[in-house]
Design a protein around this ligand. Sequence first.
Ligand SMILES: *Cc1c(COP(=O)(O)O)cnc(C)c1O
Length: 793
Amino acid sequence: MKYRLKELASLCGGELLGTDATVMRVSTDSRTLSEPDGTLFVALRSARRDGNRYIAELYRRGVRAFLTDSPVDAKAYPLAGFVRCADSLEALQRLAADHRTSLKGTVVAITGSNGKTVVKEWIAQLCPPQIRLFRSPKSYNSQIGVALSLLMAEPDDRIVLIEAGISQRGEMARLERMIRPDLGIVTNIGDAHQENFDSPRQKADEKLTLFEHTPTIVYNAADPLLARLVPERYDDRKLIGVEPAERELDGLPFDDPASRANAALALALYGALGFDTEPIRKRLPRLQSVAMRLELKDGINGCKIVNDTYNSDINSLEIALQYLSATSGNRDKVLILSDIDQSGLPSDELYARVAELVRANGISELIGIGEEIFRHAALFDCRKEFYLSTDNFLKAGERARFVRKSILLKGGRRFRFERIGRVLENKIHTTVLEVDLDRMQHNLNYFRGLLRPGERMMAMVKAAGYGSGTFEVANLLERQGVDFLAVAFADEGVTLREAGITMPIVVLNADSDSFDLMLDYRLEPEIYSRSSLRSFTEAVRRHGAGRSPIHIKLDTGMHRLGFERADIEPLIDTLRETPEVYVRTVFTHLAGSDEVRHDDFTRSQIALFRELSDRIAAAFPELHILRHIDNSAGIERFPEAQFDMVRLGIGLYGIGFVHQENLLPVSTLRSRIVQIKEIPVGDTVGYGRHGVAKDRPVRTATVPIGYADGLNRRLSCGRWSFIVNGRKAPIFGNICMDTCMIDITGIDAREGDTVTIFGDGATVIEMAEALGTIPYEIMTSVSTRVKRVYTKE
Ligand SMILES: *Cc1c(COP(=O)(O)O)cnc(C)c1O
C-alpha cells in the first residue's frame, strides 16, 4: 500500500492536521511497531487500551503519521501529520476497502465455524511454488484483523486468502464491504459463538452475507445446513458443493472426517481457480497439522490422552470424538467431559445430542463433571460416573484404574481440566520445575495495585526469569501490557525476540561487543559510562540504524555501574551532540530497599536521583524521559519514589517484603520416588556413609534430584525436608550428584509418588534461611536440565 495522508483524509471523510506524509504500512499496536518511518499508526480504543496514549512515545520513536478519532494537539508534534476522523476503526476499514480495489489477484474469503485456519493454511501448503500467495496472519480474522490483512496484501499477489470470523450479528456485512471476495469458501456451521444468535440458521445466514457479491462459492456439502442454505440463497452463482467422502484424498496423512473435509475444500479451491489439480493432489502427503488444539500424548499405564481443554461447544466435541476414534486403535474409549457452557441450545436438547455422539462414537465409559451433565445422567447408556467438580474427581484418585485406554479430556476453561491432564499424562521428566502462570499474574496484579494510575512498569526477566523460564514469562507480561522487559545480557534478549516477543527490551549489562547484535534485534542498552555511550553511538552509525533509544544508569550509592554527580553536565553536553541516540529512560538502583536499617541511606539515594535525573530531564524536555528507581521492595516500601516507572523483579515470582501473605509462590520443584528401601539398624546410606540407621530401621525413598540439578549439597543430612503426601521427609545422608535419599519412615508412600522439594509447604524463603542465603540465589540455581512446565488456566 502507499497513500498520502491527504488522500486518506478524503477517503474517510476526515481532516488532515499538521504535515502531510506518505504511509506504506499500518500499525495498531505500539508494541509491535518496528519501522516508524512510513508507518501510519491508527489509534484505536478498546476496554483495555487507548491507542492515543501511545502517540507521544511513538512520535519520539520516529512515527510521523497518525489516524485518530480523539482531539489532538498537532502543534505539539511539529513533524507529524494527523488524520482526524469520526471513528478510527471505520476509517481503517475504509482504507482497507480502498486498497482492496487495487488487488489484481483472486481474493478468497474463508468463513465457517471450525476449520477456517486449517483450510487457509492447507491451501497455502498445497500452493505450487511459482504462484504468489498471500494469506492473512494466524488469528487476524476480526474487524481489525481483516483490515490489517488486506492492507498487507500486494497488488501482484495471485491468490489472496482472507479469513473472516464473526461473533455477533451485523459484523459480517462490514467484513464483506472490505473484502468483496471474488471467491468464497465456507467450511461448516456449528455452535461456536452461538450465544449471540437465536439459531444456527440465523448464524448461517449471517455468515453467508460474506458472499453477497461473490460469483463463486465453494462449500462443504456434507454439512446439512450449508447443503440446504447455500443453494437456496445463492442459486444465481457458480456453486461448488464439496462432498469429502467422494473426494480422492490419497496420501492425506490425517484420517479423521474434519481433516478430510478441510483437505477436500482446499483442493476444490484450486479446481475452482482453474488449476490442474493433479500436481496439487500429489502434495497432499506433505500437509502438516496446523497448531491443532487437539494434542495426543502418552499417558499413564499405556493410555493415550487427547487433551482438548480449550473450548467446550458441541461441534468441537464432535471433532474431538472423531479424532479420538481415529487415534484409539483397539483401545477402549473413555470420555471425560465437563458441562458444556456456550451452546445456545436448551439444556435437554444439548445433552440429548451429547448422548447421541457418545453412542455413535462407541465410547465405553463416560465421566461427567459438573452439575448440568449430572442432571442428564439418565440420557447416557454406557458405563458412567459423575462428579460435581474437577476437584472431586481428582480427590477420588481413580487414575490407577485407567489401563490401556484412549481418553478424551474435554472441558470448558473454568473446569481446569489441565489438572486432570497432569495426573493422567506420562511424565517423561521426573524432576520438573512447575511454573504457575496464573499465580504470577496474581502477583503482578498485587504490585500493579500499589501503583499510581498511569505509572509504568518494567518487568525483570533476567537470569531466565529468575529461573522460572524466559519466553513463557515474557509472553504473559507482554499480554498483560507491561511496558518494558529487562534482561541481563544481549543473548537473553535475542532469544526472546526469536521466540516472538515484540515489546521493548532493555539489556542491563550491555557489553559493547554485542551492540551490533542488539541493534539487529531492537534491544535497548543500559548506558552507564562515557565509553559505553561512545561505543553504542559508533555502532548506531555503522549500522545505519535510525535514532536509537538508550537508558541512562546513574550511580546514587550502589557503586556498581552508572554515572555519578560529576559526570552529569559532560554527559548532557555529549548527548546534545549525539543525534544517533535519544534518552528513553533514566534510572538508578537501590542498595538496601528491603531493610529498615538502610532506610536513611535509601532516602538519600532517592533524593540524589531526583536531583540528577531532574537535570537530565530538564535538558531534553521534548523527549518526555521516564524516570525509575523502585525495585520490588521499593514498590512496597517507598511508594513516594515511584517517579514514572517501577522495575518489578522478584515480587513477580512470589517473594514480598511487606505483605508476603498477598503473594503466591510461582514455582514448585517436584520429583518422584523411584525406589523405596528398608534400611536395617546399623546400615548406612549414601556417600561418606553419613546416613546412619542408628537405633531404628529406616525406610528411605530415592529421588532423582541431586546437586547437579541445583539442590544445594549443604542441605544434606536433614538440613532440608521434602514434602511427601503432605508430610515432611528429611534428606537422609549426603546429597549425590543426580539423586538423594529421604527418610519416609512412617509416611504412607509408594514408588512413583510425587515429592515436593520446594513450593507450597516448603517455601523458597525457608530454604534460603536454611542455607544462609537469599531466595534469589535458590530460584536461579535450579539447573537448566530440569524441565520447566507451565500451567495456566
Ligand atoms: C534485578 C534488578 C531489579 C529487580 O530487583 P528485585 O529486587 O528483584 O525486584 C531492578 N533493577 C535492576 C537494575 C536490577 O538489576
